[in-house]
Design a protein around this ligand. Sequence first.
Ligand SMILES: C[S@@+](CC[C@H](N)C(=O)[O-])C[C@H]1O[C@@H](n2cnc3c(N)ncnc32)[C@H](O)[C@@H]1O
Length: 257
Amino acid sequence: MGFAQRLVKSLAYRMGYSVKRLRPAPPARDGVVEGGVPADEIACRLHKVDPYEGFDYGGYEYDPSGWGSQSPAFRKLIGERADRLGLIVEVGTWKGGSAIEMADALEGAGSEAKILCIDTWLGALEFWTDLDDPERHGGLALKNGYPSVYYQFLANVCHRGHQGRVVPFPQTSATAALWLRANGVRADLIYIDGSHEEEGVYADLCDYWDLVAPGGVLFGDDWGWDGVRMAVQRFARENLLDIRHESDKWVLDHREL
Ligand SMILES: C[S@@+](CC[C@H](N)C(=O)[O-])C[C@H]1O[C@@H](n2cnc3c(N)ncnc32)[C@H](O)[C@@H]1O
């Protein structure tokens, strides 16, 4: 792509349009688009029955083990904008380690913001390539060949008392992005930690970038993974964005319009 094309594309993004998809991204304040679903109504738009209702978490030990979930970046990014946070979206939740870290940070900051957790809870490629990996394949907790790790996530949220804040959305990142767009939802922070394959990460960046509210950030884990780093660098290059780093996370800032 030539310089002029990149410039036009970048300007178009700033005007609220994704050239890649030509879908309008309406202006948002605190994650709420005019006529869109407010953060505290997302749970009941997605679930007719509260997913935590009647769930007996007593049989599950608290086990939020995962990757990069204790990073100081969560508290830093949340603390910087705690007074204006409405919604955090997480793509890739696993057992809930990072979501719970963010929920604890929000609670500490006195914020009412919600966290929408998007995950199939079926694992990514690397969870299915080594059947002897106790963390990844073992952590899927297969029951008759189908993962049940979702219930460990649900139990962890209950152990920490975050049921009112953490909303599960058991869906692929692509379909969940369509739902958010269709419902006029934009988030102040979007954490990308789903697929680690270059094409998968790049697709998530394209799908979620214009779901970030102005002044918010898209950030993610695993800069050390080639697929992640190459996708982030490619997306940033194509859209004339600067990549910065906050502890172990990469960060793309969505500028105020
Ligand atoms: C590395 S784990 C997330 C770790 C988590 N953030 C933590 O704190 O430990 C990646 C998760 O992304 C999910 N995932 C991978 N690709 C996905 C996709 N395309 N859509 C939805 N979830 C996906 C997997 O099921 C898995 O639970």
